[in-house]
Design a protein around this ligand. Structure first.
Ligand SMILES: *Cc1c(COP(=O)(O)O)cnc(C)c1O
Length: 229
């Protein structure tokens, strides 16, 4: 009997063509920026999604962590969904490793963070408060996709308050298929996007973080600190 394992889309495996491609890939030292395959992958994702630069990392958890560390400093805060992966399923890494405080918001049914709640959670500049620096969304979230209008409005709110805007797009390509738009139509609203290669795409490991060159330079340094070089 042929069993289809539906526990997670992480149990997907590379096919023959992917194994052949891995076997034949040109490789080099990525810490020196000399792995031609990694460089091509980073370039490809950055170009496809409309960003200056990309960074290959071992996991989606590390990709999101590096984004948070690159957007925020010690004592800063990010606004995030109560059931979002970056808050609930990453071991509290932003707080543990980055001294970054999460400000969770209860998500609506579709996974959006109600914008009046987000606005109310942005702290005034005052020594009593952590400095609110970032709004982090997730798309898809539990199989649901965020409306494109919502992505634009949330981005406008973030920008109006000087916040960065990050997307945990572990399944960005699923969201793009579901919405019938190119992935960059979703990604373009954000300052940084993390995508998983190991979710249904069959890659054994890895995620790519895309953003501005300056943000990716910071993330690259943090990747080394996190042991992801
Ligand atoms: C899987 C997943 C991640 C993290 O990926 P890992 O590679 O398992 O660390 C992040 N965000 C979401 C929404 C995910 O589903």
């Amino acid at each position: 009997m042929k069993v289809i394992d539906l526990r997670s889309d992480t149990v997907t495996r590379p096919g023959e063509a992917m194994r052949d491609a891995m076997y034949a890939a040109s490789v080099g030292d990525d810490v020196y920026g000399e792995d031609p395959t990694v460089n091509a992958l980073q370039r490809r994702l950055a170009d496809d999604l409309g960003f200056e630069a990309g960074l290959f990392v071992p996991s989606g958890t590390q990709s999101n962590l590096l984004a948070l560390l690159a957007h925020c400093e010690r004592g800063d805060e990010y606004i995030v969904g109560m059931d979002a992966h970056t808050y609930k399923f990453e071991g509290g890494g932003a707080a543990v490793l980055g001294s970054i405080q999460p400000q969770p918001i209860v998500q609506a049914e579709d996974g959006s963070l109600p914008l009046d709640r987000v606005a109310a959670a942005i702290k005034p500049v005052d020594p009593h408060f952590a400095r609110t620096r970032l709004l982090a969304l997730e798309n898809t979230w539990h199989g649901r996709t965020l409306p494109l209008d919502y992505l634009r409005e949330a981005g406008e709110l973030a920008r109006a308050h000087g916040l960065g805007y990050h997307l945990d797009g572990a399944r960005l390509f699923n969201a793009a298929v579901a919405r019938g738009v190119p992935a960059r139509e979703i990604a373009r609203h954000f300052d940084s996007v993390s995508v998983c290669l190991s979710k249904g795409l069959g890659a054994p490991v890895g995620s790519v973080l895309v953003g501005t060159q300056a943000l990716i330079d910071k993330a690259r340094r943090w990747r080394k600190v996190c042991g992801g070089g």
